[in-house]
Design a binder for this molecule. Structure first.
Ligand code: MD3
Ligand code: FE
Length: 210
């Protein structure tokens, strides 16, 4: 379903087995050299989601190789299988094998939402590349708010994102404001290995080369 130009929602894209694999990978990253934690914001706030990064470490508002705001450790490498998954995702969402083949993400942000976590309306503009962002959801269903490029207010569209859903944001939608207004507790399928809460994995192209 094309929610807006370049913004394509593919419900149920990941089967249960691939969701299980993603949950296992996220658990390993979450307990890796840079542990999953609540990101501290420069003005003193703390995000309600917990985040761990792959390939490049995101800290508000830049990408680094070391987690200077956590423990100084080097971020884990971006695995080839995750880049392949991103290529499949873009090819399927856009029904364009060439767009899939050209996709070369180098960073992933893994966000974990407990039942109280939210993400306020924001734009993702720390990447220096026009490449699309791929979003994969596992666990509890959430309400995802997809807004406009101008400001964080109306008009916006609320979309439920469920376990296994793919969303690709590219082209004119790449700089749209977006957020997560709530998580529906108890809606996860335990067969994915995630008993409670929601995981969201976003693939990004930083445009950096170190
Ligand atoms: C639209 N994450 O990590 S994924 C984020 O569900 C983030 O955890 C949310 O927003 C989450 O920055 C939303 C959907 C998403 C991700 C990136 C986008 C939507 C986007 C980039 C541009 C436009
Ligand atoms: Fe975002």
């Amino acid at each position: 379903t094309e929610v807006a130009p370049g913004a394509v929602h593919v419900p149920g894209w990941l089967d249960t087995e691939r969701q299980r694999e993603l949950v296992a990978a996220c658990r390993a990253w979450a307990t890796g050299p840079v542990p999953m934690r609540h990101t501290r914001l420069p003005l003193g706030g703390v995000m309600s989601v917990r985040t761990v990064c792959v390939g490049w470490h995101w800290q508000p508002y830049r990408y680094t190789r070391t987690a200077d705001d956590v423990n100084g450790a080097r971020v884990v490498g971006f695995p080839d299988w995750l880049r392949e998954l991103g290529r499949e995702a873009v090819a399927d969402a856009y029904r364009d094998p060439a767009a899939g083949a050209a996709y070369a993400p180098d960073a992933a942000l893994v966000n974990f939402y407990d039942e109280a976590a939210r993400m306020g309306m924001h734009q993702d503009k720390d990447e220096r590349s026009p490449a699309p962002v791929v979003s994969l959801s596992v666990g509890d269903t959430c309400v995802f708010r997809f807004g406009n490029t101008e400001n964080r207010n109306r008009p916006y569209t609320d979309v439920e994102l469920a376990s296994g859903d793919l969303f690709v944001f590219g082209g004119p939608s790449r700089l749209a404001h977006h957020g997560v207004t709530r998580v529906h507790p108890g809606t996860a399928d335990p067969a994915t290995g995630l008993r409670a809460g929601r995981l969201n994995i976003t693939l990004r192209t930083t445009g950096l080369s170190d």
